[in-house]
Design a protein around this ligand. Sequence first.
Ligand SMILES: Cc1cc2nc3c(=O)[nH]c(=O)nc-3n(C[C@H](O)[C@H](O)[C@H](O)COP(=O)(O)O)c2cc1C
Length: 186
Amino acid sequence: MDAMTLLHQRSSMGKLMGPAPGPEQMEAIYRAALRAPDHKELRPWRFIEFTGEGLVRLGELFAEAEYREDPAIEDSALDAVRKKPLRAPMVIAVIAKVTPDVPKVPKLEQVISAGCAAHGILLAAHAQGLGAMWRSGKYAFDPTVRKGLGLEEEDELIAFLYLGQLGGRHKPIAEHNIGDFVERWT
Ligand SMILES: Cc1cc2nc3c(=O)[nH]c(=O)nc-3n(C[C@H](O)[C@H](O)[C@H](O)COP(=O)(O)O)c2cc1C
């Protein structure tokens, strides 16, 4: 797939099946992530890759967060929460690893940089014929989940990227009118 086709056609896939991407595919994916624009080369990111039992542990963490918020929650609802990460054979948590007080590189820039790394992962997955979907949801902001994944105070959990083999067809890509978003000063 040529680069412009990839940029124009990347699309999310929520239906994902096993097997998880293999080591060579993952190396290509992380290399793409590490090419994100990065002011002062802070490398403001951390990736946690969950597969197999790791996905189960992530689900437990989500369930703990839910229970903390609502101790009266029904078992069936808690079970549904526990199963969320099992929607894919692999989940990557993308964490913006923020270095505070860096001159000229405020937290916002570091978080954007980590977001670009996440986009690199989506693009590299799509380029290799894999399916991927960026999800965040309330667990990305939950203190129990943040603590369980070892985030420091300044860090931000910006994505749970679900990855796997395509489990369906990509939806048609929405056509946008470029003129609605672009102003030109000439
Ligand atoms: C920061 C961020 C968080 C997102 N979180 C969710 C989510 O929790 N659940 C969801 O269904 N889609 C979420 N999305 C949107 C999907 O990843 C996807 O971009 C959207 O469905 C549009 O599909 P497309 O990427 O094929 O255009 C999120 C996107 C971003 C950028």
